[in-house]
Write a protein that binds this ligand. Sequence first.
Ligand code: PMP
Length: 338
Amino acid sequence: MYYNSIIEAIGDTPLVKLNSVSKGIKGTILAKVEYFNPGNSMKDRMALKMIEDAEKDGSLKPGGTIIEGTSGNTGMGLALVAIAKGYKCIFTLSDKQSQEKIDILRAVGAEVIVCPTNVEPEDPRSYYSVAKKLHKDIPNSIYPNQYDNPSNAAAHYETTGPEIWQQTEGKITHYAAGVGTGGSMCGTAKYLKEQNPDVVSVGIDSYGSVFKKYKETGIFDKNEIYPYMTEGIGEDILPKNVDFSLIDHFVKVTDKDAAIMTRRLAREEGLFVGWSCGSAVYGALEYAKENLQEGDTMVIILPDHGTRYLAKVYNDSWMKNHGFDETREYATAKDIIT
Ligand code: PMP
């Protein structure tokens, strides 16, 4: 038994019960561990679907170039699919992303263009604008635009949702996920709510992002927008893949609470996951504390792997420098000998 290429290894990720960080909460808390995908994130699913849909509608032709604005994980997924299918990749990303993510993308043959973070999305220097311009200038190129491309949410509707439904034998009562493009939250929630309209969805947002306020008031409040560090969740735009009617509640999480929870997941659960996984679990558990009953089952999506954050949340000095005081003291050989 073998796969014909790496892309056949996408999907069918395990669901793992959280036993430690969830102590004291009623109900069962399960994590969908998406780093088991070959690109180490859930984004492999939608990368495959965006490319296959572009092939089907004729916009992507043999030898074509895929151009995307990506925080790294989508780029990795697109790069793997492009290798298997013979396409070129150019990615634009913002300068707040981990150096590891940039190095990884270059390692799998993609061209990476780093753009400034703290400019308006419409600014010609933003990573959205640079991607659009490259697409205009390069013949036989596609710009999948994960924010507005319906294939993004459709990938999760077709794979993540059915997997969770089967893995929980239809017992899921609550579904929680971070919201960036909205694809994983909304595609999965749509499928789950079609199976059982009582499934409650909880979107995790970041401080510095517009989603929660927009859901609660209908106002796109620019005062909600300010720089934050957590990568992958929260936005300063309203992507088409965020369908607010499919997200029942939003919880906002700070960079610090997310960082500390990320480290706890590694240490207490053996789940060496990315920073937004800490956001998702922290936010989901805040909601669960107040709202879950005995017998309920909550599934939380953990989008990616910890390697990409070694220089950040998994680095003790970095934690200390940012005032995220959870750093533990490690014994040295000298302490042990004396
Ligand atoms: N976490 C990480 C690390 C991500 O890369 C993304 C994708 N932006 C998300 C969470 C949010 O997922 P989505 O785009 O499906 O809303």
